[in-house]
Design a protein around this ligand. Structure first.
Ligand code: MRU
Length: 345
């Protein structure tokens, strides 16, 4: 197998070849760049659950390919795979969006012998469309960030979280390639350090200057006037513009508001859940105690103490200056995404 490199010089996050889903194992970065091969639906479910592949768009793409690994040509097996993969993680709506697309593809195919090829073609379409969405978000976002040199981001909404260039990082890649002097502050993003391990890794591979901060430094940096803008990704956006993203995004938005630093969200249309009236209805994943109570093999929380470990929080629309999508920019005040989406087309 040839490891394909994307245009930022890093291996493709996801590849599907010879009926195997090949993933960069994001649990091993940055110390090791390894791939994990999945040839069963169960392996793909496990890879999503363990964050081998993570980030809303990448989870959706992985699940779409995962469906193709069910028993070839057996309709009920594909349906079982869809139901099972839907239980891998609850918050990123891209997972359910991609599985719905696969279900529609299954329903529209009347010849069982053609099912496999049709489903693989649909999964590849979802993957390719995401590449285009990332490019368009990069273009739209670069226009908004063009006057900003010092940009803060949280978690990883880059190439590793999508097909290629990411959502929040796509405008930064675009500006860097155009010769703008941009530098990035990457929150480390406790507890699993997606910012320190993944954002810092992929930006440095692309030659973009990046400094890792502990999550609690952002306020001090803003107070010192050292942040021109904040940009983050999203896992699910409700109809009123409330955004679920990695835990810690909401306090960052409050800080940005207090310090009058513009706060942007970048997300493709596959991340919008227009069925949900507001962010209160977004299911928030609660993860295992160990992720917080252990550091490697060492216990760092006394056994008698409880631990809370929500993977995401919700940022109210009123704290967001604009949501950058592949269809255009939805600006504050964000009242109805539906209407804004239609007029952004
Ligand atoms: O738990 P993770 O690593 O999947 O969380 C990822 C995020 O919160 C990202 O910001 C979001 O999915 C957007 S990815 C383009």
């Amino acid at each position: 197998m040839v490891t394909l490199m994307n245009q930022n010089g890093i291996p493709e996050t996801l590849q599907f070849e010879d009926d195997q889903l090949i993933l960069i194992d994001q649990t091993r970065l940055p110390s090791e760049v390894l791939t994990l091969r999945c040839s069963t639906v169960e392996q793909v479910h496990d890879a999503i659950y363990r964050l081998v592949v993570r980030g809303a768009p990448a989870i959706g793409i992985a699940a779409a390919y995962g469906v193709c690994l069910a028993k070839r040509g057996v309709r009920d097996d594909y349906l079982r795979a869809m139901d099972y993969l839907a239980t891998s993680r609850p918050t990123a709506v891209n997972l359910f969006w991609a599985l719905d697309r696969m279900k529609q593809c299954l329903d529209s195919c009347t010849e069982d012998q053609q099912l496999h090829d049709r489903l693989v073609a649909e999964a590849r379409r979802i993957h390719d469309e995401d590449r285009q969405m990332c490019r368009d978000i990069g273009f739209e976002g670069a226009a908004i960030l063009s006057g900003c040199e010092r940009i803060l981001t949280h978690c990883n909404a880059g190439g590793l979280a999508t097909s290629t260039r990411g959502t929040a990082l796509a405008p930064i890649y675009h500006l860097h390639e155009q010769g703008h002097a941009v530098e990035v502050f990457a929150d480390e993003t406790r507890p699993l350090l997606q910012g320190a391990r993944l954002t810092a890794w992929e930006l440095s591979q692309a030659g973009v200057p990046v400094t890792v901060l502990t999550d609690s430094m952002a306020g001090g940096l803003m107070r010192a006037g050292k942040v021109d803008a904040v940009i983050v990704g999203a896992d699910r956006i409700a109809r009123n513009g409330d955004v679920a993203n990695k835990v810690g995004t909401y306090p960052l938005a409050v800080l940005a508001h207090y310090h009058a630093v513009p706060f942007y969200v970048a997300a493709p249309s596959s991340t919008f859940d227009l069925q949900l009236e507001n962010g209160d209805a977004i299911p928030i994943e609660e993860r295992k105690r160990d992720e917080i109570s252990m550091q490697g093999n060492r216990t760092v929380v006394p056994e008698d103490a409880d631990v809370m470990n929500p993977a995401f929080d919700v940022t109210p629309a009123k704290l967001i200056n604009a949501i950058i999508t592949e269809r255009g920019v939805i600006r504050s005040p964000i009242s109805s995404i539906q209407a804004d989406f239609e007029s952004a087309k």
